[in-house]
Design a protein around this ligand. Sequence first.
Ligand SMILES: Nc1nc2c(ncn2[C@@H]2O[C@H](COP(=O)(O)OP(=O)(O)O)[C@@H](O)[C@H]2O)c(=O)[nH]1
Ligand SMILES: [Mg+2]
Length: 367
Amino acid sequence: MIDNLLVLAVLDSAQSGGSDSTPWFFSNEVVGATIGALLAAALTFVITRRATSNAVTQDNVLLSARLKEVEAELGLRDTELTEANTRITELAAVQDHYGHVRELLGKSIVVQEFEQPVLLLGPRFVGKSSLLAQWHAPWDRGPLAATRSHRRASVPVYDFRRPDAVPHFADPDVRTAVDVHLKLRVHDFPGELSAQASAIETARAETAELREKTGRNLGVVLVCMFDAAEAGTELREETVRYYNGDLFASIRTLVSHRDVDIQRLVIVFNKFDVLLAKRPGEPVEALLELCVESFSKTLQPLYGACNPERVCETVTVLDRDNLLRSQGATVVFGEVARGIVDAMSGSGAADRLMGEQRATTYMSRNF
Ligand SMILES: Nc1nc2c(ncn2[C@@H]2O[C@H](COP(=O)(O)OP(=O)(O)O)[C@@H](O)[C@H]2O)c(=O)[nH]1
Ligand SMILES: [Mg+2]
């Protein structure tokens, strides 16, 4: 550009004063024009330079800002990366821990407990608490106080390991062995009529709980006790009143509504030693039949409420003062526990475990 201006200035001066003796390029006009052109060129250069420098400065500012942004972004990424690494380390520890727990669960044994509810029923002094004592604490020979309130006791029946491993409740992917504990949950009620309401409620609540826990249609076991010494005589008023009380009528209604299920009805003629002493020389079978005859009517309120196949009876001697003569407690125990053993460890298991000794079933024909 400067060169162009210079040429223009020289041509201009050549055209205007070419006739002097001084060479045209030393003339005042030419020199002046040249200097002017040079000044203009210098000015243009300075302006252009300043403009360029302003643009560069602006670019620099923008670039610096962008650089700061990028640095900030990189800083954030760094923090995120550190956090992710920390999380990975934590998760690895959790994985290790979980693996260890799974290993232990796999080796552990799950214990399942099922209790057969048993209700001991009968008027006062027939021997209900004596029966429970023989099942629960046969070594205890201390005198029994009268049962003033409803008592519960847990009596072990049979423990076994399930043939198949099952999913662990804490982690269904882990399969573990299961040890099953079968027990009786025995309810010993006072023989007074006032205790019957509590027996009715127990029968209802226990049936519901048993169904929920086992997922099966199991029911309560009723043990109805009599004083065998009353057989062959007029029954005590207390005995008749007890079996005519609300208890048996209510149980019958609850059974018809399927709120109570009777798994087994075991009728026990206790104090058989007293009956034997009263009728010396009479055969045991004949005395048993005498009991069946004498007490059949009292159980009338239960007729129809229990499947006849589930009814049985036996005689017992449960006097704790005379443990050597005591008999029958194990037969009653076997009849009471039979249902839950068969239900939980397979049909026929009760026969294998409890042997052939069975109670008789004369009373069942009335049901
Ligand atoms: N002779 C005799 N006495 C018994 C027999 N069973 C229990 N008894 C006694 O009868 C009394 C009442 O027994 P208990 O178990 O408290 O009856 P419950 O009221 O039905 O609980 C106690 O003194 C027992 O020792 C038995 O088979 N023969
Ligand atoms: Mg008692």
